[in-house]
Write a protein that binds this ligand. Structure first.
Ligand code: M6R
Length: 447
């Protein structure tokens, strides 16, 4: 008999599928052939183990140099696996379904579009419950919080419900004005992040409806939340989160469409177009991945930089924050992300000859505005790397990387990929430990 003590499930999944879960103020004593549980008053308590039916077969790097690169390349499949789980279908053969041939795709091919494509039956919020939701809070940390920023617009535009994004470690100490008419989404890849779990407990105390979005079945967050939605990204080993980000956005996109259908807050035809685009995503990500050499070359030219800036507006600003975080954590290059319009309110003072500025231009309504901000940095000697989905007019940018067009709500899933690769190749060029950057842990179980 063997026992392990672990702060998360994936860490020991290769040894066992049977888990005892300790609640707050409980502890256990492990001896050679036995395990005992106690409450805080030292009373013995009985516990049964739960079997977690997860199969993380992909914990090897295969042909990839690092897990981070492997996980970036796994994004098309991770998104397919995630969306496929939420597609309504009685008859599809889940074992062998290939996304392109999935029921949803067939419905589009034959114009037999089901009234609701998605199945969120594990969240039994009724139409009545949803009508009474007056505000939505998305609460998370790090990359998961950036998912919130990138998803806020989807929810507000489609569901017409005011949506706020909060950093979990701030939210938990702010006495937020939330109640039974608030729906709180807690996003956490690991499902074990201490601040996110504390924020969730607070929301429960205040009577909110709570949904956990996580990649780890049975993780702590799922035991606290009223409902849980899983992403099916597969095991994410690299400390830098990549595939979890894109799956979380895809999942929230589906959920927002689903709520909008129930509440009838967005024109049916628009929703149908949004659904259809979802199925084009995996292929579009592939086309970006095929161009990784372009990013590698750009990384080679700027890996010695000390500082870097990321600029974008609207949803591109949300992606800038994620690009900047990814770069900092794996390459140790100082970087800042700004909403482009904020540039002249201070940060432009930092722009000097030879500094690199990354501009993200995917929202057609805001492209010209950001171009104008990029011209301001160019005239002060900055070098520019632009990620865009459009043919830019005559320009003086140093590097341009083109991503495929998609709707603005989904664009963060595409525009983040070159930024992930950029961070990866810079770290690799510097010879750093990409998968285990200094001072960081995959699972942040302390505040
Ligand atoms: O497991 P979680 O999604 O709750 O983790 C939250 C953050 O700690 C995490 O996203 C962190 O910022 C990553 N290292 C970013 O790549």
């Amino acid at each position: 008999m063997e026992y392990f003590a672990s702060s998360d499930i994936p860490a020991v999944l290769e040894y066992t599928k049977n888990f005892y879960f300790l609640d707050d103020n409980e502890f256990s004593i492990i001896e050679k052939d036995s395990i005992k549980f106690f409450d805080k008053n030292l009373n013995a308590i009985a516990k049964n183990y739960k079997t977690i039916d997860l199969n993380y077969s992909s914990s090897t790097k295969n042909e990839y140099a690092h897990f981070m690169l492997k996980e970036i390349f796994e994004q098309p499949k991770a998104i397919i696996d995630t969306i496929d789980k939420y597609i309504l279908s009685e008859d599809k053969n889940k074992q062998c379904v290939h996304f392109q041939e999935s029921v949803a795709q067939k419905h589009y091919a034959t114009n037999l579009i089901p009234s609701s494509l998605f199945n969120f039956s594990n969240c039994n919020l009724t139409k009545y419950d949803l009508i009474n939701i007056k505000q939505i809070y998305i609460v998370a940390c790090g990359t998961a919080m950036h998912v919130g920023l990138a998803s806020k617009n989807i929810i507000e535009k489609l569901c017409k419900i005011p949506t706020f994004v909060e950093i979990a470690s701030e939210f938990r100490y702010q006495d937020p004005i939330i109640n039974e008419n608030t729906l709180c989404l807690f996003i956490s890849q690991s499902g074990e992040t201490a601040d996110t779990i504390a924020a969730l407990k607070l929301a429960k105390q205040k009577g909110c409806k709570t949904i956990a979005i996580t990649n780890v079945i049975g993780s702590s967050i799922t035991r606290e939340a009223q409902f849980s939605f899983y992403t099916y990204a597969g095991l994410e080993v690299s400390v830098a989160s990549t595939k979890a980000y894109s799956c979380q956005i895809a999942l929230i996109y589906c959920f927002a469409i689903h709520i909008a259908e129930i509440l009838e807050t967005t024109n049916f035809k628009i929703l149908e177009e949004l659904k259809e685009e979802l199925f084009n995503l995996p292929e579009k990500i592939q086309t970006i991945l095929q161009k990784q050499e372009e990013i590698k070359n750009i990384a080679k030219q700027c890996y010695l930089q000390k500082d870097l800036f990321f600029l974008g507006r609207g949803i591109d600003y949300a992606v800038s924050l994620e690009g900047s975080l990814k770069l900092k954590e794996v390459s140790y290059i100082h970087s800042e992300a700004y909403a482009s319009g904020e540039l002249k309110h201070g940060p432009i003072a930092l722009i000097e000859d030879g500094i690199y500025v990354v501009g993200i231009l995917t929202d057609s309504e805001l492209t010209l505005k950001t171009i104008s901000n990029l011209q301001e940095v160019i005239s002060r000697g900055a070098k520019t790397f632009v990620i865009t989905n459009t043919k830019l007019p005559d320009n003086n940018f140093d590097f341009i990387f083109t991503v495929p067009k998609t709707n603005t709500f989904l664009s963060p899933i595409l525009s983040v990929v070159p930024l992930q690769l950029f961070a990866y190749y810079i770290a690799k060029e510097k010879g750093l430990d990409v998968d285990k950057p200094r001072n960081l842990a995959k699972c942040v179980t302390v505040e």
